[in-house]
Design a protein around this ligand. Structure first.
Ligand SMILES: C[S@@+](CC[C@H](N)C(=O)[O-])C[C@H]1O[C@@H](n2cnc3c(N)ncnc32)[C@H](O)[C@@H]1O
Length: 387
């Protein structure tokens, strides 16, 4: 795994903590990359034929695949091990963050202000029920729990280190690969588009936000999230990295920015953590916030339509076993319909599915590459121009 890029806010692991984090990474690689072809082979070679014998047809949807796979002991073992590594991930990062927390809080204060960014928190903001109901992807305390009352950054530090390990370093040393992907998409598809004000929804620690500062140097970049400890961390992290961003604690369903304030509104892997009622509200808010000629784009794993049931099941695994209850339903939404209902014109909708996969020495095998290429490594970037 490549090294995470160091900055003043990154929690620093001791030798033993680092060794535990490396172990978790290696175990996750084993399960999600190297053993994935075995999981598919189990389905194709045993589970699917058995299902066909019993029902006279192949499994038709992800729920049938899940129930059939769930009866197989080797798959139960794989699934249980994957969930366990998710818990181990947060345990291994958590011990570093808990030990470093007093110093991180001080470092956050010392970092400011360096690059001219800002932070606006709203202690009265109500956390949406879809986040309150569970600790998303098993992260203790989720994105918004303050465990200290003096400028807590616990959740932010947990996410910054945790997401790097979760992504196996594959999205770059600053875990900014999804922001880079959308920036590249914009400059390649719409080279004339030059936003002056940009908003990133659900920014967490600003990892996907910072590429916009580099890509559009003249623009004013804003980023919102509901989690205060993430935003404090994001602000200090951005300042430490010399990037000017204006962070504020707001719900993307209803913000306090004026009508037509932005030219570009983006989100990266956020909508699957909201609800099916919230997503249309967020699209309506994007429509309100965009000026004439503005663009909104959202990056997520592709919708399920046309995807084979086994791949759907793999993507949907987190819905059932990793405390991501809305993944499945988000992927069934009709994105184009939702944009039109939000006020955008059909002809102005944008949707493209593109690969994010970059071969590395570890995943060089053709079998592994094929199983990754099939679904898991693709992202759909969708949204619309407001005209
Ligand atoms: C998986 S993280 C996405 C992180 C980041 N965008 C990235 O690219 O890694 C989802 C983030 O969305 C935030 N979020 C969820 N619902 C939100 C809402 N309604 N308004 C603002 N932020 C929200 C969560 O607090 C969390 O920080």
């Amino acid at each position: 795994m490549p090294a995470q890029i160091s900055h003043a806010m990154l929690p620093l692991a001791t030798h033993d903590e680092g060794a535990r984090q490396k172990f978790v990474t290696a175990m996750r690689e084993q399960l999600t990359l190297k053993m994935l072809p075995d999981t598919r082979a189990l389905y194709e070679g045993i589970v699917k034929p058995k299902f066909a014998r019993e029902h006279g047809r192949a499994p038709q949807d992800r729920a049938e695949v899940r129930r059939a796979m769930g009866r197989e002991p080797p798959h139960q073992l794989w699934s249980s091990a994957l969930r366990t590594t998710q818990e181990m991930l947060w345990d291994s990062v958590g011990e570093t963050v808990a030990r470093e927390l007093p110093s991180l809080v001080e470092r956050a204060k010392a970092t400011l202000p360096r690059s001219g960014g800002s932070l606006r928190l709203d202690p009265t903001l109500e956390i949406p029920r879809y986040l309150l109901a569970q600790d998303n992807h098993v992260m203790p305390g989720n994105y918004f729990t303050d465990i200290r009352d003096d400028g807590d950054v616990y959740a932010g530090a947990m996410y910054d280190r945790g997401v790097f390990i979760f992504l196996k370093g594959d999205k770059g040393g600053l875990s900014d690969g999804f922001g880079v992907l959308v920036c590249r998409f914009i400059t390649e598809r719409f080279p004339e588009f030059s936003p002056k004000r940009i908003l990133d929804l659900g920014c967490t620690v600003g990892n996907s936000t910072l590429p916009y500062v580099d890509q559009f140097p003249g623009a004013e970049v804003h980023a919102i999230d509901v989690g205060a400890p993430c935003l404090r961390y994001a602000h200090a992290r951005a300042e430490a990295l010399g990037k000017r961003v204006h962070f504020s604690q707001q719900n993307a369903e209803s913000t306090d920015f004026p009508d037509g304030f932005f030219d570009l509104i983006v989100s990266h892997l956020v909508l699957h953590e909201t609800s099916n009622k919230a997503v249309p509200r967020i699209m309506r808010e994007c429509h309100r916030l965009l000026g004439h000629g503005g663009l909104t784009l959202h990056a997520e794993t592709p919708p399920y339509a046309g995807v084979d049931p086994f791949d759907q099941y793999l993507c949907d695994w987190d819905t059932h076993y990793n405390l991501e209850p809305f993944i499945g339903r988000l992927h069934e939404l009709d994105q184009r319909r939702m944009m039109i209902d939000a006020g955008f014109k059909a002809a102005d909708c944008v949707a493209e599915t593109i690969p994010t996969y970059r071969p590395t020495a570890d995943v060089a095998s053709e079998t592994v590459r094929r199983s990754l290429d099939k679904y898991g490594s693709k992202r759909t970037i969708w949204g619309a121009f407001k005209r």
